[in-house]
Design a binder for this molecule. Structure first.
Ligand code: PEP
Length: 252
């Protein structure tokens, strides 16, 4: 099965108006200059930049996504943003269950599942993040932890068109430490085998599974080339258009 890779940038809580818009324009220019590139490209700026970045990227072929959404459509939830609101300002995707949300905001699998369901209801693609901590890996619990998170975070109706999985080992996020190709392929293949049970063989075969965790120009080629790695969710290296693009160019 050949799956079209997705290269997604997670800007996290970085960027003020001028540099955020400049970064978006830089990515758009690179995308336009390489129209034949065989991957989808997405950037997920902080909430304050979403509308400006969506405008800057209009017509460029680069998609825009949120970094989180609330599970409800509207209501008394101060400081939160609904998936419907993200859709309304031009987003096509939203990241849910990033390990930083799970850690900083105590998000459980059930919360992540509800957010992913809200994303689907709003017509967004949910990028559902899962991944083990270093302690869990050292305890030999990597596959079990990812299995539990996957099962608990995927809502009813998840399919390859509305869901992308991001495997992000927590110990590799922002640490400069990357999973080896063997470690990444082992977990990605395992996730796909679990997806067969959850969404059926056809959808599991089509569903994209991204790797995230210190992906950068120097290590992207070998990770993206792996049989069950269908692109990357990139944090630090997505903050420079040159680096982000050097990663994207590995998609044949
Ligand atoms: C991320 O935030 O999803 C991520 C993978 O970050 P980094 O690339 O900086 O490790």
């Amino acid at each position: 099965m050949s799956r079209r890779p997705l290269i997604a940038g997670n800007w996290k809580m970085n960027g003020l108006s001028a540099d955020g818009i400049a970064l978006a324009k830089g990515v758009a220019e690179k995308r336009k200059a390489e129209a034949a590139l065989a991957c989808d490209v997405l950037v997920c700026p902080p909430f304050t930049l979403l509308a400006d970045v969506a405008r800057a990227l209009a017509g460029s072929g680069v998609a825009v996504g949120g970094q989180d959404c609330h599970a409800k459509v509207s209501g008394a939830h101060t400081g939160d943003t609904s998936a419907t609101m993200l859709k309304d300002i031009g987003c096509s995707h939203v990241i849910v269950g990033h390990s930083e949300r799970r850690t900083d905001h105590g998000e459980t699998d059930a919360v992540v599942k509800a957010k992913a369901a809200a994303a689907h209801a709003a017509g967004l693609v949910a990028i559902v993040c899962i991944g083990e901590t270093l302690a869990q890996r050292d305890d030999g619990r990597t596959l079990e932890v990812n299995k539990t998170q996957l099962k608990g975070s995927l809502p009813e109706g998840a399919n390859a068109a509305n869901t992308v999985i991001a495997y992000e080992p927590v110990w590799a996020i922002g640490t400069g430490r990357t999973a080896t190709p063997e470690q990444a392929q082992e977990v990605h293949a395992f996730i796909r085998s679990e997806l067969v049970k959850l969404v059926g063989e056809t959808e599991a075969d089509k569903m994209r599974i991204l790797y995230g965790g210190s992906m950068k120009p120097e290590n992207a080629a070998q990770l993206i080339a792996l049989a069950d790695v269908d692109g990357g969710l990139i944090g630090g290296a997505s903050l420079k258009a040159e680096d982000f693009w050097a990663i994207a160019r590995n998609c044949a």
